[in-house]
Design a protein around this ligand. Structure first.
Ligand code: F6P
Length: 470
């Protein structure tokens, strides 16, 4: 079956959100992610199509268009949402790939659902791809898709990018289906990872779980050679900076500081409410700093924790822990009219996020494990006046690139506290030097650069999947 599209993107979710129109009909709004802004030009140029899930249980909406973008909506039944999305994706793979911060659960029923859903995504990709098309599959939710496509279509070129970490073999080996996952991924011609260490971990998994030979970045799979390498993802830095420069956004940043009662120091955390993000350690460090008075009396922490995966057990436990800790800190240190932690369990549009980034003196990114962490890059992109400081966990992909940050081990509370104090008391000249360094990296290596370098490397793969060893 040959479809019409020369470029096919396959990701867990579609780059659009469903909203309800005035007459109760579904309406689709483009979701303003970096991925879509990077791929949109390629999609338009090549007449591409994007395949993904709508985010709700229910039948597949099938092909449709939003602002001229061709989309194919996949459907998941309520059981598939439970067993595939909440189960295998987010209670097996997610904790396993994030170094078992939470214990992964292994259930055969969840695995079966993962295979079934991956097969339906692969079928959709096969149906949409024109002869010789390029198919780009994204992330841990769809690791079996490359091989499932290859079995049916030897004419297409297949790329895969893993947005989250790929764990060391001692951890990956726990997965009962480790061999199937490795072989599923190896259907691709090119496998992209966030950090070099992730690619190295994957190469080791190929040797250990599948008994394959590797040489440098290349893996021999029968008569094919597949390549695994790092392509650190980024953001639409220029687009975000443009938003941050808007008069209304700058005014809003000033309003935020005013609403906080003009503190001397505003600390900011913006995360999905996820146990990988290290929100409890951050709160603990902040609470101790308040007790010790090391940040002075006029300090505020704004913590945005956007709701995520709320039906998965570990996320509910985390929410309780975070909310109790926030209440304890506020109970102990608040005064009438000032609250040391502003906790916002909400999601915000890009303009409000940009205003928050502008309002903050210090950005706190304390993930225990994070494939990249785009929030760190967004903060840097918004600080066009080169002020502000970033405290950044060394366990994020971003730590490889943002060398002007105060790098921390988030498990070391004393080290974290010292880094927060140093960032909060930095001299303007040192802040400028560090921020300039980080902005150069983020502006030059933006998401368009990432997409181009991945797709160019993939384009050099030969038609039958033979990729040269570098
Ligand atoms: O980066 C990993 C990821 O799963 C993305 O694919 C997704 O945008 C984000 O985390 C949020 O996850 P979910 O799709 O489960 O809401």
């Amino acid at each position: 079956m040959d479809g019409l599209h020369k470029f096919v993107v396959v990701s867990s979710r579609l780059p659009v959100d469903r909203t309800e129109g005035p007459d109760g009909e579904s309406e689709w709004q483009p979701s303003p992610g970096g991925l879509v802004s990077a791929l949109e030009p390629v999609m338009r140029e090549s007449g591409g199509v994007w395949i993904g899930w709508t985010g709700d249980a229910g039948p597949a909406p099938g092909p449709f268009e939003v602002d001229g973008l061709a989309l194919v909506g996949m459907g998941l039944s309520a059981e598939q949402v439970r067993d595939y999305y909440e189960g295998f994706c987010n209670a097996t793979l997610w904790p396993l790939y994030h170094d078992v911060i939470a214990p992964p659960e292994f259930h055969r029923r969840w695995w079966d659902a993962y295979v079934t859903v991956n097969r339906s995504f692969a079928q959709a990709a096969v149906a949409q791809a024109a002869p010789g098309a390029t198919i780009w599959v994204h992330d841990y939710q769809l690791q079996l898709v490359p091989q499932m496509v290859r079995e049916q279509r030897s004419d297409v070129r297949i790329g895969f990018f893993n947005h989250i970490p790929f764990p060391g073999y001692e951890i990956f080996a726990q997965l009962p289906w480790r061999r199937q996952v490795v072989l599923g991924l190896l259907g691709a011609d090119l496998l992209g990872f966030q950090r070099r260490a992730d690619a190295v971990n994957f190469l080791r998994a190929c040797r250990r779980a599948a008994g394959l030979a590797t040489r440098g970045a290349a893996i021999r799979v029968g008569d094919r050679e597949v390549r695994a390498a790092a392509f650190p993802i980024s953001i639409d830095a220029a687009g975000l900076e443009q938003i941050a420069r808007q008069e209304t956004v700058r005014k809003r940043a000033a309003e935020i500081r005013l609403a906080l009662d003009e503190p001397d120091t505003v600390l900011l955390g913006i995360d999905r409410l996820d146990y990988t993000k290290g929100i409890p350690v951050r709160l603990r460090a902040y609470g101790e700093l308040l007790r010790e008075g090391r940040l002075g009396p006029r300090v505020a922490l704004v913590q945005v924790a956007s709701p995520s995966r709320e039906r998965v057990g570990a996320y509910r436990v985390l929410r309780d822990e975070v909310e109790q800790t926030v209440s304890r800190i506020n109970g102990e240190y608040a005064e009438v009219g000032s609250t040391p932690v502003q906790y916002l369990h909400q999601s915000y549009p890009r303009e409000e996020m940009a205003a928050l980034y502008l309002a903050a003196d210090v950005m706190l990114v304390t993930s225990l494990r994070d494939g990249m962490n785009l929030v760190a890059k967004e903060y840097v992109a918004c600080r066009y006046d080169e002020s502000g400081a970033l405290v950044l966990s060394e366990f994020t992909g971003a730590a490889d690139e943002l060398t002007g940050a105060f790098l921390v081990n988030p498990h070391d509370i004393e080290g974290l506290k010292d880094a927060i104090v140093r960032a909060a008391t930095i001299s303007p000249a040192d802040a400028r030097r560090r921020m300039r360094l980080m902005r150069k990296r983020v502006c030059e290596h933006d998401v368009a650069y990432w997409a181009r370098s991945f797709l160019d490397t993939l384009a050099h793969a030969q038609d039958h999947g033979l990729v040269a060893v570098p």
